[in-house]
Ligand binder design. Structure first.
Ligand code: FES
Length: 251
């Protein structure tokens, strides 16, 4: 297997802290293996900056396997970069070309204040979950397997919604800064299942209220969220959330 390498020019948003103004800085990187992931490429840059005595670029990451939702940046205007249904940590440098200039920015949104460089505070999403994104379970013996039958099509819909990793790319890409794809997915995954029924109405009301309180905008069907979602979450979940909210409000 042959490994090729490329040279890149990076325009990276640098911001000292949440109060600082911030601006783009240019960095040149040479001999970047196309086998590297995007985050490994940033690691190489940070080693270079550290050797020079400069401040490394702050960026979020954890699993580097596309499952935790911690990573995220906007690459040339696209949240998580150009590959569909791919998190930044799973994006590989083979998708870029020799001499490319990559503009790298944080996930910008009113509800996501910038901590430093590419690191944003996405705890607003956690507070939406805290408002109702759970089920209460009575303790006791373990229920028998298959004691609660669920049609496979329903289980699939719920699992599709549950695959949301809460990265916030949907918010960053929405012109309204809406978190409706995220909230819709979290409400849907529970409202579709029998286990989610007891708190169904309270959940829809509480999570939508929390979403509004955090300063997220409203959906105007731009579908930018769906286009960048690394897990391919469908905007049908937004329609389901709206139905759940209306039902909880009037019935
Ligand atoms: S670091 Fe966990 S999804 Fe990217």
């Amino acid at each position: 297997m042959s490994t090729t390498s490329i040279n890149l020019s990076l325009e990276i948003w640098r911001q000292k802290d949440s109060k600082a103004k911030g601006d783009f800085e240019t960095y040149k990187l040479t001999n970047i293996s196309t086998d590297m992931s995007f985050l490994e490429m940033l690691d190489v840059l940070n080693e270079q900056l550290t050797r020079e005595g400069s401040d490394p670029v702050a960026f979020d990451h954890d699993c580097r396997e596309g499952i935790c939702g911690m990573c995220g940046a906007v690459i040339n205007g696209i949240a998580h970069g150009p590959e569909p249904e791919t998190t930044l940590c799973q994006l590989h440098m083979r998708h870029f070309n020799e001499g490319d200039t990559l503009v790298i920015e944080p996930f910008r949104s009113r509800a996501f204040p910038i901590h430093k460089d590419l690191v944003t505070d996405r705890s607003a999403l956690d507070r939406i979950i805290q408002a109702g994104g759970y089920v209460s379970v009575n303790t006791g013996g373990t229920p028998d397997g298959n004691s609660t039958p669920i049609p496979s099509a329903t289980a699939e819909l719920s699992m599709d919604a549950a695959s949301c990793i809460g990265c916030g790319a949907c918010v960053a890409s929405c012109p309204n800064g809406a978190a409706m794809l995220f909230t819709g997915a979290k409400i849907s995954q529970l409202s579709l299942l029998p286990q989610g029924q007891p708190e169904r109405k309270e959940r829809a009301m509480a999570m939508v209220t929390a979403m509004d309180k955090e300063g997220f905008g409203n959906c105007t069907n731009e579908r930018e969220c769906e286009a960048v979602c690394p897990k391919g979450i469908s905007i049908r979940n937004i329609a389901r959330m709206n139905r759940e909210f209306v039902k909880a409000s009037f019935f």
